[in-house]
Design a protein around this ligand. Structure first.
Ligand SMILES: NC(=O)C1=CN([C@@H]2O[C@H](COP(=O)(O)OP(=O)(O)OC[C@H]3O[C@@H](n4cnc5c(N)ncnc54)[C@H](OP(=O)(O)O)[C@@H]3O)[C@@H](O)[C@H]2O)C=CC1
Ligand SMILES: CC(=O)N[C@@H](CCC(=O)OP(=O)(O)O)C(=O)O
Length: 308
């Protein structure tokens, strides 16, 4: 028997990419609302309560509103927004770190933020293994393709093609910081500096580590081996091969898959390292992760429909 999946916000950037990944899947019947009804509260309420699974691809307030409209205890929810990422009763939908069993059993799953996905993939296993300190003030620099900001930012970058780079969150306190801190078990908030580049999709997240100054920190080689071992069985997260020519590129042609590649670069003395994650903000950073979580919750192979 197929299970019904309602995408609330199916006309948006993340929703459209999820629908593409679910198209042709015989295990699911996809439900979306047409243009005239997609913001109609009573149509949404009905669809939310009829579905086996609901995927929320909405701004935070609308996502909270959708959850409040669910009146039964059978509809299971995956929320792509920031609304429930550190909320009690919600499982953080990063199965490689939160545990596949926790996601499989959950009625409410919060899909990670795109930047947080890179940061947590790099830092959480190393802190958990005691190879990096939990009480260090980490910093994180990242660039994202403009699709990370949804329809509004896509329109802005497509209209103003003179923007090459846009730094933001200049007052600090980006909305991803709480989920980064809590899922890595850090006692200090990371200092996060995001920026948008003039590319449609793609993301690089970097955590610079002054290892010699960090109490108890391991060597770059040990950090690389620990990450490789942690993700050895993952079909989605993998170590990237160290570029032979000493440079790393984010190419226009590379976007559009649901994998995430991790790198550890270190200096010759091992006193400094750069942890780097390269992913697609719309792949493992959003829609790919939603579909991976849906598969796990539905008891299906986790990579079904993913672009790997
Ligand atoms: N883009 C990305 O890389 C990522 C996005 N996310 C999150 O996913 C969610 C969706 O983002 P994204 O797809 O980028 O955003 P978009 O702006 O592209 O899409 C949001 C959609 O929600 C619709 N919408 C807004 N309010 C309501 C409402 N009250 N009822 C029904 N529909 C409504 C919008 O309608 P309309 O078309 O009329 O504007 C739009 O179609 C956000 O919470 C975002 O933060 C998470 C990770 C990464
Ligand atoms: C480039 C850009 O604007 N990116 C978004 C984050 C995208 C994302 O991960 O979405 P959530 O809102 O669900 O966390 C931002 O910084 O607000």
């Amino acid at each position: 028997m197929t299970q019904t999946v309602f995408i609330d916000g199916a006309a948006g950037t993340t929703g459209l990419e999820i629908a593409e990944r679910l198209a042709g899947r015989s295990e699911f019947t996809l439900v979306t609302l047409d243009d005239a009804r997609r913001k109609d509260a009573s149509a949404r309420r009905e669809a939310l309560n009829d579905a086996d699974f609901v995927i929320l691809c909405l701004p935070d307030d609308a996502a909270r509103e959708s959850v409040a409209m669910i009146e039964n205890d059978t509809t299971r929810v995956i929320d792509a927004s920031t609304a429930h990422r550190v909320a009690p009763g919600w499982v953080y939908g990063f199965p490689e770190v939160s545990g596949h069993d926790a996601v499989a059993a959950a009625a409410r799953v919060s899909n990670p933020g795109c930047y947080s996905t890179g940061f947590i993939a790099l830092v959480a296993p190393l802190v958990r293994a005691g190879l990096l300190p939990a009480d260090w003030p980490y910093s994180c620099n990242a660039v994202s393709g403009y699709s990370g900001g949804g329809k509004a930012l896509i329109e802005r970058f497509e209209q103003d093609t003179d923007i090459a780079w846009r730094g933001y969150a200049l007052a600090l306190g980006h909305k991803h910081v709480p989920e980064m801190q809590s899922n890595c078990g850090l006692s200090v908030e990371p200092l996060f500096s995001p920026a948008v580049i003039a590319a449609h999709r793609g993301m690089v997240v970097e955590v610079p580590l002054p290892l010699a100054a960090m109490p108890g920190a391991a060597t770059p080689d040990a950090l690389r081996s620990a990450l490789a071992e942690f993700y050895a069985d993952s079909p989605v997260v993998a170590m990237g091969s160290t570029p032979a020519d000493g440079e790393m590129l984010l190419r226009w042609s590379q976007g559009g898959d649901d994998r995430i590649e991790l790198f550890v670069f270190g200096n010759s003395g091992g006193s400094q390292a750069r942890l780097v994650a390269r992913l697609d903000n719309l792949g493992k950073g959003a829609s790919g992760a939603c579909v991976q979580n849906l598969n796990i919750m539905a008891g299906l192979p986790e990579t079904a429909g993913l672009r790997l």
